[in-house]
Design a protein around this ligand. Structure first.
Ligand code: GLA
Length: 386
């Protein structure tokens, strides 16, 4: 990102210099759709971020500008107040508004400000551009106005923004990774207790690479439905086992006991989640031993589960997953919420070039879409730049 460009644009628009903040997108090695079930996840912040330039403007209004938006679809400017009834029309501005509102609900007094948003996290690619935006705005407001929130509160404010102002009942993984990310480490997060540990990740002899199907997803109804399935199964299990508050607390035997009380679809979704929580724990052990081939096989298992049981894959993602298998890639799977976006691939150095060439050429031929390739670089979380 060329910071001088965005700071110059900010000055041109608002006639003053602003402070610059960044918050990254994320990858997740394994542990998908486990966060809102109280399970574990293994994300890391990446070298692609959302940036903002910000300055108090002495009014009670927010003036926001997003140069990367498509002016044919939405307006690049948005001006809004900070009362609940002031919700702006454009979705990108609703994220800013939502973060302000969630902060106000926690007692923060937020005066008016000017803000410019720019980014390099691809939208709808499963790399959490929305969490990066929420974390960036949250971090910037917290610092600019001395609001005194800690990183966990900022992550929770981002998540609440999704729930209450965007309509996605997401878990905590994305916002947590964006706020807590650390260069060279994944974050092993227990989404029930919110305890976490940094998990150094430097797989010698392997590369981690994302291939973007360029089929974009907008998480919404289908995502929320998955969550509701899990909640229904928990309610059924809890009748006999009141200690079960989340699928994290359930085991395969408890699930079997309710097989006649829940729908077949709910059952198989819950089965995936229970398996995936265990799979993450097993994978962490394999990573500690440096057994990347076995850890990679777990990633394939996750893909199969996400595709056949949780049904959040799509033909394009399945195609790339098959290609990875054919090319001898150690591990490959759909990453993030699903329904499009990227596969994440753990590939031996010597197979990398041949895999990328063959997968991207075959994909383009099959779908007439040029896929995008990103080498994963694990970086720090939200921060002030200037
Ligand atoms: C999206 C959500 C996360 C998580 C993943 C799936 O990225 O925002 O909370 O549920 O999907 O693991």
């Amino acid at each position: 990102m060329d910071i001088t460009k965005i700071t110059a644009k900010f000055k041109e628009l608002y006639g003053a210099e602003g402070a610059v903040y960044a918050a990254p997108g994320r990858i997740n090695l394994i542990g998908e759709h486990t966060d809102y079930n109280g399970g574990f996840v293994l994300p890391g912040a990446i070298d692609k971020a959302i940036y903002c330039v910000i300055k108090p403007n002495g009014t009670a209004k927010v003036r926001a500008y997003a140069p990367d938006e498509n002016p044919q679809v939405v307006s690049l400017n948005s001006e809004f107040g900070l009362e609940e009834s002031d919700k702006p029309k454009d979705r990108w501005a609703q994220y800013i508004f939502g973060v302000c509102r969630e902060m106000s609900k926690k007692g923060a007094k937020i005066p008016g400000f000017d803000i410019l948003i720019s980014g390099e996290v691809p939208l709808g690619a499963g790399m959490s551009s929305s969490a990066a935006l929420e974390s960036c705005v949250g971090f910037a407001l917290n610092d600019t106005f001395g609001l005194g929130f800690d990183k966990l509160q900022l992550a929770l404010i981002g998540q609440a923004t999704e729930h209450n102002y965007v309509g996605v009942k997401c878990g905590i993984m994305d916002q947590f990774a964006s706020c807590f990310g650390k260069e060279g480490s994944l974050v092993r997060l227990d989404c029930r207790s919110l305890e976490y540990e940094y998990f150094p990740f430097d797989p010698k002899g392997y590369k981690l690479v994302l291939i973007n199907t360029c089929v974009t997803h907008m998480l919404g109804g289908e995502y929320n439905e998955r969550r509701e399935s899990c909640e229904r199964v928990v309610a059924a299990i809890a009748k006999k086992h009141p200690e079960v508050a989340l699928l994290r607390d359930a085991n395969p035997d408890m699930l079997k006991e309710v097989s006649n009380n829940v729908s077949a679809v709910d059952y198989i979704r819950a089965e995936f989640v229970i398996e995936e929580i265990q799979r993450l724990l097993d994978t962490c052990e394999l990573l500690k031993k440096g057994d990347y081939e076995a850890a990679g096989r777990k990633m394939y298992e996750t893909h199969t589960g996400l595709s056949l049981k949780y049904t959040v894959s799509c033909p394009e993602l399945d195609f790339l997953n098959e290609k990875a298998k054919e090319c001898g890639v150690a591990g490959s799977r759909v990453m993030g919420g699903g329904f499009g976006g990227c596969t994440i691939n753990l590939v031996k150095d010597e197979l990398y070039d041949a895999f990328i060439k063959s997968a991207t050429e075959a994909y383009e031929k099959a779908f007439n879409i040029k896929p995008l390739v990103y080498d994963v670089v694990i970086k720090d979380g939200a921060r002030k730049l200037a």
